[in-house]
Design a protein around this ligand. Structure first.
Ligand code: GUN
Length: 292
């Protein structure tokens, strides 16, 4: 068997087109331009690449892009002050503080300072609670992108066995909540799970988000399963996922590649979340299909 490749790059392009169309409508009909503010503290090269890319895409869909770059040794209070200013700025509908933050900062305090209504990352504890209780939340971008691809591929996910490998607050836990919301039977596995290959072999849907290059091999996969690879691991041989694509694609029914799978969906969903936040802030209808 050779798996269907789920083309995240093309899918992300369609999501951005829908976001762009909605932005144009908001401008034309309501005179509102959705705005996204991104805060980068320090000069981590990978974060710098992400932030640049976010700014470029934000402008490309017609939104206002604000970028704040602070030195690595900036005082935490200064970051908190900036977040407070952005919370109060009516031109800003979405705020993203790029992680990881320098070690002297308390990530939880900074994330807690973001107005939950502008929390387009979905990391604020209020949004985490809303998502886990099945209420309308801002949903973290990477799991949202994974869910969009799964829904697009399968339609209804009811009753499917899903195994999420990884228990991070950014991907694993919210992904599990989203899949529960789709009425999947969900297992959260992780690096300490006993008999991990056996657990994964039960799954109709595998979401790999552990950050270990090519850890999930073809013999872990149930024939015909759908495999979503969230891993972005830089190796001497370039970017690789958490899944060994060559062996897994011989067994899976469908699989996302790295690069070109989940990665492009994350930024597309950030733009989608910003439009959603803008619509909610203004009491306007939200675009269809861009959130859960
Ligand atoms: N760093 C890596 N991924 C993310 C993300 O999704 N959001 C933020 N804020 N920082 C990140």
């Amino acid at each position: 068997m050779t798996a269907t490749i789920i083309d995240g790059k093309a899918f992300a392009g369609r999501v951005r087109d829908r976001v762009g169309a909605h932005v144009a409508r908001l401008k034309e009909e309501h005179g509102i331009t959705p705005g996204l503010a991104v805060v980068l503290v320090g000069d981590d090269p990978a974060s710098d690449v992400y932030v640049r890319s976010k700014g470029k895409m934000t402008k490309a869909v017609g939104m206002l892009s604000l970028e704040y770059r602070l030195k690595a040794d900036v005082a935490q209070d200064e970051v908190l002050r900036l977040v407070g200013d952005l919370n109060a700025n009516p031109e800003v509908h979405g705020i993203l503080v790029q992680l990881p933050l320098p070690r002297h900062m308390e990530e939880s305090r900074i994330l807690a300072a973001i107005d939950p209504a502008k929390d387009v990352d979905g990391f604020h504890i209020s949004n985490v609670g809303l998502l886990s209780t099945g209420q309308r939340a801002m949903v973290p971008c990477t799991p949202l992108g994974c869910l969009m691809m799964l829904r697009d591929h399968h339609g209804d996910l009811t009753g499917m066995d899903a195994v999420v490998i990884g228990r991070s607050n950014i991907v694993g836990k919210p992904m599990a909540q989203l899949l529960l919301g789709e009425s999947c039977t969900v297992t959260i596995a992780h690096s300490r799970t006993r008999n991990l290959p056996e657990v994964v072999r039960r799954a109709d849907i595998v979401v790999a988000a552990v950050g270990r290059p090519k850890m999930v091999t073809g013999d872990w996969i149930k024939p015909g399963a759908t495999v979503i690879d969230v891993g972005i691991n830089r190796t001497d041989n370039g970017l690789v996922g958490d899944v060994d694509f060559d062996s897994a694609s011989q067994v899976a029914g469908a699989i996302t590649p790295v690069p070109g799978g989940v990665g492009p969906m994350t930024i597309a969903c950030l733009l989608a979340n910003t439009v959603t936040a803008c619509c909610r802030a203004n009491g306007l209808a939200e675009p269809d299909g861009l959130t859960v």
